[in-house]
Design a binder for this molecule. Structure first.
Ligand SMILES: Cc1cc2nc3c(=O)[nH]c(=O)nc-3n(C[C@H](O)[C@H](O)[C@H](O)COP(=O)(O)O)c2cc1C
Length: 319
């Protein structure tokens, strides 16, 4: 009921974070996007991105690229890692990807996009899903027809981020077209809505108003993997969850730091990697006179100092 998915995010949705989100109720998790060219070339760092643990399932590995043959070959390599889904990225707006004709760049070349979709579906036995945007820009919001075409290619599910490529991450996500795709009687595959879902109330509204089959949450998970259980609680009971005790929040965030260190195999790298979460976490918002300590917390490379600060917050030892 009310499926909530962890969105694919580069440098964020590694196995350590995915497992944590899964534990707090994410119904599906996605890897960060993986370059098909690097996979085919067997680049070590890229192959590492195929690491999957059974306790995070169902998990999707997302690939991106611009040529049907290399995408099909990459999909076969990914299938050997045994994810539950292979997801194709047709949504990444950044220059180094879209500018080279991959990711959202393919929204400018629909025939190629469909060729890639067909080639990947044909190459593997597991379900192939797609994540994309509304279109290239305001004048080319093609998602309604594209959804039908992707369904015809054998795509099993479609996730739509309610922005165009031109918008990058600016402005508000527009869910009206997502709702239109979902209501199209020609569409039979599950439609997953994505963009700016940050609260239980907004999640409820998106399910009710747009009728989507699932919601995908990205940035709002930073530093609060428990957001999935909070939203679920509200969707099921209609009541906002009680705030998790500070001690419990800190324990979860510390666990994430340790998991990141273990995943990266290096204390400093794990700490640096965790900063995005600590900086964004609601746990540290509104603590009086926390500014200087917060700066130290986000600058230290020492685990003992970091955990000391976090423990002080847990004990509310701040003036
Ligand atoms: C740091 C970052 C990395 C991202 N990396 C990916 C990616 O690898 N693949 C992808 O499909 N989308 C990626 N996205 C887009 C998100 O999956 C999502 O579509 C977008 O953030 C909107 O959802 P949100 O408002 O819930 O964050 C990324 C977004 C961010 C902020």
């Amino acid at each position: 009921m009310f499926p909530l998915y962890l969105a694919p995010m580069e440098d964020v949705t590694d196995p350590a974070f995915r497992r944590l989100c899964k534990r707090f109720g994410a119904d599906r998790v996605y890897s960060e996007f993986v370059s098909c060219d690097a996979l085919v070339r067997n680049v070590n760092r890229t192959v590492q991105k195929l690491t999957i643990h059974d306790d995070e399932r169902p998990v999707a590995i997302q690939i991106y690229g611009r040529e049907p043959e290399s995408m099909a070959e990459a999909a076969r390599i990914v299938e050997e890692a045994q994810p539950d889904f292979i997801d194709i990225n047709f949504g990444c707006p950044v220059k180094k990807v879209a500018g080279k004709g991959a990711g959202a760049g393919l929204l400018n070349d629909v025939p190629k996009l469909l060729e890639i979709s067909k080639a990947v579906v044909k190459a593997v036995k597991i379900p192939v899903t797609v994540k994309t945007r509304l279109g290239w820009d305001d004048d080319h919001k093609i998602i309604t027809s594209l959804a039908e075409q992707l369904q015809d290619c054998g795509i099993a599910e479609l996730a739509i981020h309610g922005r165009t490529r031109s918008q990058m991450y600016k402005g508000d996500a527009d869910w009206t077209l997502i709702g239109e795709v979902k209501r199209n009687p020609q569409i039979h595959i599950p439609i997953i809505g994505n963009g700016d879902v940050t609260t239980p109330q907004r999640a409820k509204q998106c399910f009710e108003q747009y009728g989507v089959d699932a919601i995908m949450i990205g940035r709002a998970t930073y530093g609060q993997p428990w957001i999935f259980s909070d939203i679920k609680h509200y969707l099921i009971t209609g009541e906002l969850p009680k705030q998790r005790p500070l001690k419990e929040q800190i324990a979860i965030l510390k666990e994430h730091v340790l998991a990141a260190i273990q995943w990266l195999g290096d204390e400093r790298k794990g700490i640096v990697h965790s900063r995005r979460h600590l900086a964004a976490s609601p746990t540290f918002k509104g603590i009086p006179n926390f500014r200087d300590t917060r700066i130290r917390m986000l600058q230290t490379n020492e685990l003992s100092e970091l955990f000391g600060i976090m423990d002080d917050v847990a004990e509310k030892q701040f003036e």
